[in-house]
Design a protein around this ligand. Structure first.
Ligand code: FAD
Ligand code: FES
Length: 251
């Protein structure tokens, strides 16, 4: 983990409110693993004060390129969208525990909405995973996933592209094909995937989102309930990726 001022190579819109940014850092990209995140200062002053956590979406370790995919939803991400190529960003990373990589296991990757972000680099490293992607309406980054897998299933709630519905419907039908499932997306999707995998005795890793303060284990803002009811896990250092059995996702 290091703090660096990284040059922006590109930053453009890929869908309504969704942007793709490429930054340059040879050292961070060499250390980074799928599922880890960067903690990024949105402005050069103290407004907003807190850094924003954004997952590593793709890596070009030879050139030092790190791709981020982010949805504009508040002050910090609105500022990210204004950043121009050539500007610098104050970044701490790579942070957190990523996805464990097992070769020779049949894997499924399932993502919902902006939760697809950390799954692209994972699919590149796993090489032969089956991929299930779900969107509300507009799709993005699907060609990039197709570069890394021959089996990419696309679902939209509106039916505008792919199959109308939710990707978990297909995962449920195929669950017995898999040794391991990796997931990132809205909490209710993760809850359903956790139940499905545990019922079918399939190992499952979930990338969790919680509001963050420090990003390095010092403030407890990111605490989430563990499956051992009296204990909390810190998403920033114990996660963001957890074995599904480690966390309690019930309301
Ligand atoms: C480990 C991790 C990885 C993430 N990866 C991505 C990603 O790749 N792409 C992406 O679009 N989003 C990602 N998020 C969510 C992203 O961090 C928030 O959307 C972003 O911080 C919102 O900031 P804002 O200032 O625009 O919104 P505001 O709502 O104004 O933010 C206010 C405060 O809440 C925090 N916050 C708000 N929403 C979230 C949230 N869902 N998760 C964590 N903190 C939040 C902010 O960091 C900030 O401190 C990730 C979150 C975590 C925890
Ligand atoms: S964000 Fe401070 S402990 Fe996790």
């Amino acid at each position: 983990m290091r703090r660096e001022f990284c040059k922006i190579i590109s930053n453009f819109r890929v869908a309504n409110n969704v942007y793709k940014m490429v930054i340059e850092s040879k050292s961070i990209s060499k250390e980074a693993l799928p599922g880890q995140f960067l903690h990024i200062k949105p402005s050069q002053n103290y407004d907003p004060l807190l850094r924003r956590p954004i997952s590593i979406c793709d890596l070009d370790q030879d050139k030092g390129g790190i791709t981020l995919l982010y949805r504009v939803c508040g002050k910090g991400t609105r500022l990210f969208a204004e950043i121009k190529p050539g500007d610098n960003l104050d970044i701490i990373g790579p942070l957190g525990k990523g996805f464990p990589i097992f070769q020779n296991k049949k894997s499924a990757i399932i993502g919902g909405g902006i939760g697809i972000a950390p799954l692209l680099i994972l699919s590149k490293w796993l090489k032969e995973a089956d991929i299930y992607l779900g969107y509300k309406d507009e799709t993005y980054m699907t060609d990039e996933f197709m570069n890394y897998s021959d089996d990419v299933c696309i679902y939209t709630e509106s039916g505008s592209r792919g199959t109308k519905g939710y990707p978990i419907e297909a995962l449920e039908k195929n669950i017995n094909r898999y040794d391991i499932v990796y997931a990132c997306g809205p909490k209710q999707m993760l809850r359903a995937i956790k139940r499905l995998c545990e019922k079918n005795l399939v190992e499952c890793y979930l990338s969790m989102e919680e509001r963050m303060g420090c990003g390095i284990g010092a403030c407890l803002v990111c605490a989430c309930e563990s499956s051992n009811n009296d204990e909390y896990k810190k998403v920033c250092i114990d996660g963001p990726v957890f074995n599904s059995k480690e966390v309690n996702l019930d309301d």
